[in-house]
Design a protein around this ligand. Structure first.
Ligand code: HEM
Ligand SMILES: *[C@@H]1O[C@H](CO)[C@@H](O)[C@H](O)[C@H]1NC(C)=O
Ligand SMILES: *[C@@H]1O[C@H](CO)[C@@H](O)[C@H](O)[C@H]1NC(C)=O
Length: 323
């Protein structure tokens, strides 16, 4: 390195470090406690989530999926919550992977109003999603972890970005892995987070390409015929089935058994069997008690670290930017 280059590095290093620290990991566990801005925030959210999810477990599945769909598009910045507006005429919320299947919005709105009553204007909607997903994982899977917070809410929501960033049920492992890698997530994260398909539901339209005109050879044939019964070809409405027929409301390792039995709903689920790395991890999760739960917690924290694109705000209402 020449003298001039050395000089430039030394002069700019403090700036690089400063801006690096500002844009990357400013999240911390217990952010609203440490900052003394809203020590009760996480407890308030937890209470609201418990109220809703104990009545309707499917909402817990919705919240965990909402966290995923939020974080993969522009980082975890609550962009998924924004309604259509002049500023955002084509919001993420209306994009095909979210509309009409994404659910749990009323839980977030309820939690936000409860938090605003106690400490107005300090807790972001993005953090509320992260807390709610964590609480749902506890209610449905007794999975317990701390999630760093201090996220800001974005002002931009663009539906075109959703299809580009999110994996689709017909994607193969190569594509799924690449989309996770683009978010800084590993192959282990792919396998662990896919275990969320042990709860909630799917619309028939997400997998009927595997049933008609012939049952895909990547699916157990008997299961295929059974799903045909649940999802008739010319039905007037798009039906729904549980992701996991064995323990539908339990966030547990049953998903990995289902996939091993060729009884996952999606081609993307089956595709975990197509590399030795993912197949062997799948087998570990399937057979080792506690392993899935531990790794799922870790991967949810990793997913929650996907950074937003910079400037943000604390929204007053989660479905609209501040004006
Ligand atoms: C690996 C790639 C993934 C693909 C291709 C995928 C695809 C899908 C699809 C198509 C549905 C059904 C939507 C419907 O038709 O109603 C679904 C549901 C769901 N997904 Fe995924 N997903 C993936 C990863 C994840 C991850 C990482 C999570 C969270 C950690 C997740 C959580 C869920 C949950 C909880 C449901 C049920 C939602 C409900 O009941 O409302 N998925 N997913
Ligand atoms: C996965 O899908 C992509 C895009 O459709 C395709 O280009 C690639 O060849 C596929 N890879 C495998 C291993 O099937
Ligand atoms: C956003 O849309 C939902 C449902 O479409 C509605 O209930 C809610 O009030 C809207 N939010 C705002 C701020 O207009």
């Amino acid at each position: 390195m020449g003298a001039r280059n050395t000089f430039q590095v030394l002069v700019f290093l403090p700036f690089i470090l400063l801006f690096g620290a500002m844009s990357t990991t400013s999240l911390e566990v217990g952010y609203y406690k440490c900052k003394q801005t809203c020590p009760q925030a996480e407890d308030i959210v937890k209470g609201v989530v418990f109220k809703h999810v104990s009545k309707e477990p499917g909402l817990g599945a919705g919240l965990i999926r909402m966290f995923f769909h939020d974080c993969f598009v522009r980082g975890c910045d609550a962009s998924v919550l924004l309604n259509k507006s002049e500023l955002n005429p084509n919001p993420e919320k209306l994009a095909v992977p979210n509309n009409p299947s994404l659910r749990g919005f009323e839980v977030i709105d309820d939690a936000k109003s409860a938090v605003e009553q106690v400490c107005p204007g300090v807790v972001s909607c993005a953090d509320i999603i992260a807390f709610a997903a964590r609480d749902a994982a506890f209610i449905l899977g007794q999975i317990s972890y701390e999630i760093p917070s201090g996220r800001l809410d974005g002002r931009v929501s663009n539906g075109d970005e959703v299809l580009k960033a999110l994996p689709a049920p017909f994607h193969n492992l190569t594509v799924v892995k690449a989309l996770f890698a683009a978010q800084g997530l590993s192959t282990d994260d792919v396998v662990a987070l896919s275990g969320a398909h042990s709860i909630g539901r799917s619309h028939c339209s997400s997998f009927t390409n595997r049933l008609y005109p012939t049952i895909d050879t990547t699916m157990d044939e008997g299961f295929g015929y059974f799903l045909r019964g649940q999802c008739p070809q010319n039905a007037m409405v798009d039906g729904v089935v549980p992701q996991d027929f064995i323990t539908p409301n339990k966030l547990d390792k049953q998903y990995y058994q289902n996939v091993a039995d060729l009884k996952g709903l999606f081609f993307s689920d089956w595709s975990l069997l197509t590399s030795s790395e993912t197949a062997s991890l799948l087998n570990d999760f399937r057979t080792t008690p506690g392993l899935f739960e531990a790794k799922f917690a870790e991967s949810m924290v990793n997913m929650g670290n996907i950074a937003g694109l910079g400037q943000g705000e604390i929204r007053r209402i989660c479905s609209a930017v501040n004006y």
